[in-house]
Design a protein around this ligand. Sequence first.
Ligand code: CAA
Length: 388
Amino acid sequence: MTYLPTPEQDELRAMVRELAQERIAPRAAAIDAAQEFPWDLKELLAQQDLLGICFEEQYGGTNLDGVSQAIVAEEIARADATTSLIPIVQKLGALPIMVAGSDEQKQRYFPRLASGEWLIAFALTEAAAGSDVASNRMRARRDGDDYILNGSKRFITHGSIANVLTAFALTDAEAGGRKGMSAFIVETDSPGFSAPRVEHKMGIRGSPTAELNFDDVRVPAANRLGEEGDGFKIAMATLDVSRLGVAAQAIGIAQGAIDAAVAYAAERRQFGQRVVDFEAIQFMLADMSSQTEAARQLVYAAAARVDAGVTDIPYWTSSAKLIAGDTAMRVTTDAVQVLGGYGYINEFPVERMMRDAKITQLYEGTQQIQRLVVARQLLARSGVPARG
Ligand code: CAA
């Protein structure tokens, strides 16, 4: 067992950090203010092969190991959380196809996703079904060689800009969400599909979070993932892995805030000395840095276990997302405190980072859902029955 990064991982980090510092960080404030998706940075990431990191070489990807994928998300998020969502959601949307797709489906979609020519989104959540996935209502009715999808989705990251979705709908409403839901690949130029509304959000404001409508959208049966009724398990298996992307994003946001807090405290003078010379500030910075490092190591440990295919993946990935998200929120809040009044205005990046950090406690399962997953895994591991 080694706890040290490989030389290749160090090189990758240095490459992405330089790119992020030079090309992404200078755009972050404007992306946040304009609330516009950074198409230029999507192109930049595509050119640098950073959108294909989770895809196998045969589909044009670079097939990086899990720790390296976390490093990429982390280094981009350190500069701008919105931009880090581009590779993170490319993987999230593709995971149902990785989990349950046929070779033909992978061949059809992965090359365009790996190159960045197409964007994908993961369409699971509905207005009345967030944490409680099983209460989803969208329907898919079989009609010859097609399915006809009707219903709506809400809070779908990149939903309004994606070329294709992995979408979940009930094929057997009586069986309910756990047994009667199926997963589909839906191209967004299909007649009847629309994205009528984009949310106004507290953070990650350049990343469109959309409401989606499906009005008799015809999807070929060849686009169903797995068998009818597999949808719930495909969604769970996706989230089991994708939550690591959010965890890595959270660490990056936290590290960006630490960098900004240290730089400010080293410059700012009060009471005749640098703010960084006050022990009270040094102790805050020490807590921020050591907690972020602990979260980072847990994310890498979880990523290595996902690659190894351990049996308790949800224990590791939900623990990582829980610790990383809570750390990002605490660290960015403290960074605002270190900057005082300057932390509260948009002349400095920490107020944006604090707003961006909040979403890591909410999406891909709230922190309460992560605790539920970890507790269930802990009880199973300890031989305690699920219900007494
Ligand atoms: N892998 C495989 N199977 C699983 C599983 C997993 N991780 N978790 C549960 N299952 C199986 C169970 O074994 C059970 O199977 P059987 O019926 O055969 O026994 C079945 O699925 C039902 O399981 P539960 O009874 O445990 O299901 P539940 O209704 O209690 O829900 C939950 C479990 C963990 C709370 C789940 O609903 C959940 O993860 N909720 C959070 C949803 C979420 O994260 N949404 C995020 C949306 S995406 C997003 O935010 C992305 C974005 O925009 C960036």
